[in-house]
Structures are given as C-alpha cells and as structure tokens.
Design a protein around this ligand. Structure first.
Ligand SMILES: [Zn+2]
Length: 97
C-alpha cells in the first residue's frame, strides 16, 4: 500500500522537516506556548536543549554594572562614602560626574 504523505503530515505522524515518524500533535507542541509547531520535537531538540541551558535574563553589560553600582553607592551617607574614599581614593572620580 502506498503511503499518503500528505495524510501523515496533516495527522502529525511524520515530520515535514526530517521525515521521521512521530506520535501525533504532542510531538510538535512548543514547550512555551503549547502551540503545535511545524517541526517535531527531535528536530527542535538542539534548540530546546540550548534554551534550557541559557540563563533567563542576560547579565548586565559592564557599563550597566557600573551604573548600578554608582546608583547604589550614591545612596550611602557622607560618612560611609568618606571611609570608602580612604580605602579606594579613585572612587571619588567614579562618583564625581
Ligand atoms: Zn523532525
């Protein structure tokens, strides 16, 4: 009997991308949205794995880190800042602008 590929595809029994046999719509569901995608879970396995590994938020850039630290340091009272300047005199330049 001839295999009807269009039926296989529309019933999610074969992946359009890799032509591997699949178990139905469950194999095509996007893990985040739950929507049925065009490619099977095996096709997306690398993507899914790297998504799982990637931290949810990007770490701030050095510039952003400095801005955050500046803002935090400016909340310190004069006395604390003075004692910090004693330890790190160059801190004055960072906080002067
Ligand atoms: Zn596939």
């Amino acid at each position: 009997m001839e295999i009807n590929y269009n039926d296989m595809y529309s019933n999610y029994l074969m992946c359009k991308n890799c032509n591997r046999k699949t178990q139905g719509p469950e194999d095509y569901k996007n893990t985040k949205t739950g929507k049925v995608t065009k490619t099977c879970a095996k096709c997306r396995s690398c993507v899914l794995r790297s998504l799982a590994k990637r931290p949810q938020t990007k770490p701030p850039t050095i510039k952003q880190q400095i801005d955050i630290m500046k803002r935090a340091l400016r909340t310190f009272d004069e006395e604390t800042l003075k004692s910090l300047y004693d330890i790190q005199p160059k801190l004055k330049f960072i906080l002067s602008d």
